[in-house]
Design a protein around this ligand. Sequence first.
Ligand code: DI6
Ligand code: FE
Length: 403
Amino acid sequence: MLDRLFIDANIATMDPARDGPYGAVANGAIGVKSGRIAYIGPAAKAPAAARRETLGGRWLTPALIDCHTHLIFGGDRAAEFEMRQKGATYEAIAKAGGGILSTVAATRAASLEDLVESGIARLEALKKGGVATVEIKSGYGLSVGDEMKMLIAAGEAARATGMRVSRTLLALHALPAEYGNDRAGYLRLVCYEMVPEVAQRGLADAVDAYCEGIGFTAAETTALFKAAAKAGLRVKLHAEQLSNMNGAALAAAAGALSADHLEYVDEAGVLAMAKAGTVAVLLPGAYYALKETKRPPVDLFRKHGVPMAVATDLNPGTSPTLSPTLMMNMAAILFGLTPEEALAGMTRNAAKALGLDAECGMIKEGLAADFAVWRINHPAELSYWIAHPGPERLIIGGKDETQ
Ligand code: DI6
Ligand code: FE
């Protein structure tokens, strides 16, 4: 006996095992039991259900997954935006002590409660756009206590909204001011104190680093990945956003779940990712806000079979956006993804980028019953509208969320 049965739905399963665009099932029914998908097929063949309702021909997609955010932070960076509009570059502001470090100061000054409260507001906005699962990075604390405060806030904010969360320790985001030029000293703190402590307390699933000219080197990133492997954490990497540092190949060699940004990745990096099964996470919001002109090599990802995910990169510096569907539109318009690739990027491939592909990201028997119900005539509309306002209903683990 099913708990719930939804009938008369057009289901974009996003399951590649099903033929045809979007793995779509027309006029189908979908059954839920104990929070998981238990049946997909014609209503006539569905098992009996305690509750049955019609969706009146609405489209159903997997609930969206935002696999790269920095949504816990104090303060904002609107003043910096004014400077940028007057000609200052992101790198110049960062070198002058602004940028990430100004958000670090505001985040350190914020209480856990402040961070939870502002985090909930941002999560609710993502949820309105159709997101049920979100990844949240630390990286604005940069001390053992402040990084843990951010990760705890991420967990509490997600719990309060009923969303699934995956947390990432991004301690190698910037060198904190109190370390002066002592890069080795900070790296030791991260590798020998922060990573083991965070892992032992179960506060993160993965680590990440900002491998960039204004961030951390390939050698420093390698040291972090070694510490992560020892602590049993997965790895992800901000790679090749502003320059080519061979980050994608480095991440792939460490078995990374994903390499993110990738505007400057070359074919060797793409091949390494393909071999390792590392997902390419594309972040059009940051590309847009930084007025970047070099696009990530989408054709190379396609050619070598690297799965592409799309995420908001929600952060106060380079991607202040709360709209997952705007990112799907930008991935289509700015990067050339097809509407189907854009949707796969915020569902199936985003789940893979978080190591959650056995849990969510497709409408498939056995996976969590996380889906969005849209008032649209075709799933291409999700990336066709310049920021579609979001689904009519969002269902997480078989339960209706208030939209
Ligand atoms: N992700 C990041 O971590 C940095 N850029 C990006 O796309 C910087 C975030 C920030 O400026 O606060
Ligand atoms: Fe980022």
